[in-house]
Design a binder for this molecule. Sequence first.
Ligand code: G6Q
Length: 542
Amino acid sequence: MTPTRLPAWQALAAHHATAQSFRLKDLFRQDPQRFARFSLSLDDLLLDASKHLVSAETMSLLTALAEQARLPAQIEAMFRGDKINATEGRAALHTALRGDTGARVDGEPVAPRVQGVLRKMRALAEGVRDGGIAGQTGRRFTHVVNIGIGGSDLGPLMACEALRPYADGRLTCRFVSNVDGAHLATALEGLDPETTLILAASKTFTTQETLANARSARQWLTASLGEAAVARHFVALSANYAEAARFGIPAERVLEFWDWVGGRYSLWSAIGCSVALYIGMDRFEEMLAGARSMDQHFRTAPPERNLPVVLGLLGIWNTNFLGAESRAVLPYDQRLARFPAYLQQLEMESNGKRVARDGTPLDYATSPVVWGEPGTNGQHAFFQLLHQGTQLIPADFIAAARSPYALDGHHELLLSNFFAQSEALMLGKDEAQVRAELQAQGLGEAAIAALLPHKVFPGNRPSTSILFRELNPRTLGLLIALYEHKVFVEGAIWNINSFDQWGVELGKALAGKILPELSGPQPATGHDASTNGLINHYKRLR
Ligand code: G6Q
């Protein structure tokens, strides 16, 4: 099913000629109901898509595209547990981690296994938090260090930062991902091994960086508490009991998950353990409930009112028809500082693909580059390019109506920027406005002519705004699941496998080959001239 051959794709390509003349300002003027028509909501989360370069016709063609690409059947196949990740022969069942969707793998229902691990996780989180589970010397744990990388790091790190107001101070969490010794050394600074619980978070338990960090953390621990402390101070979050056992972590200290949970979709599994420890298991389950609510919506709402479907279709429109090659993610919330990085992995690892499911090279674009920083910081840095650069960069603005930080006036100031920026990107500032401003400042004609082009903002730049009441565990669950399913919708239409990551696997193998060459005295000769040259220069410098 090549999407470009579908009638709706071809109709969209033809419609693009009309769409090129769309001016958002005019679209709003022509349709006073545009905001109501193009905004969607679930619970208190509002998704405003009215500032996209689309008309009602564009949206109905996009919806037809979803139907023709058999999106509803593809959604069902995912929820049911079909092995939609064909290159790895696996299902993609992150949805089953947050509610019983009736999914089965190889005929077996998965819900009982999920429930079993949730119970084990609750016992651990509650035990550690109330002191019933203590360290080797009987002292309470006060610090948690999560050692993991990629999907075993970004989700829990992002969620712990986002939900910090829900932590009650019983435990602090630190995250170590980089194999650069600076990361672990800094994370362990000031910690007491007696009161530190270490989570070795690795689905495969074979990841080089994570194992190197876990081994060094283990040395740090055993140097003062002895070997016996490993079983009490380490917990493994893994699908690989055998490797965890080899490391010295007994089965009762392994929180399991399964090969049908992709790394970047694993926050909801045992990988979320640091979140449960930090904010408590009840709060963690509220996050699951938020995601579950988005799952139900995604599975049942009609495409034109379905938040992830609409967001995904807008992604297709912007990428494949308007030619956008990147998208900015701009949370107006400091607690979501790592959300752009989280989405980078979710989107670019899932949909950064160049062949179709059957292996045929694609002749259309897939995932754009995703990047971003929290507002208002970004405004003082890269927003210049969003407003006046040469590329079309759609932006996602995300904000909560309420803040738990009661600093006088701060939240209004933050939100005034949130509203103002998407408005400015849409409206721009034309020559007549700039001229009037410069005239009012008393500038002469020659000075005005010289300055004018620099001060014009073309506007008409599309954005999505997402606004909810407060950033709590439930809303965070809704928000993440919204983007997970949006990525699914795009991948389903692009006809790619969104659930493998051979590009990441490549990196895991490459460094292993070079590592032994770095230690000996003999110069490297087995690579291209540049790589040999770099390795040999390193050997001279070290
Ligand atoms: C995610 C990727 C990747 C993975 C890490 C860590 O989807 O597969 O980011 O999560 O490479 O892998 P382990 O959890 O196996 O250590």
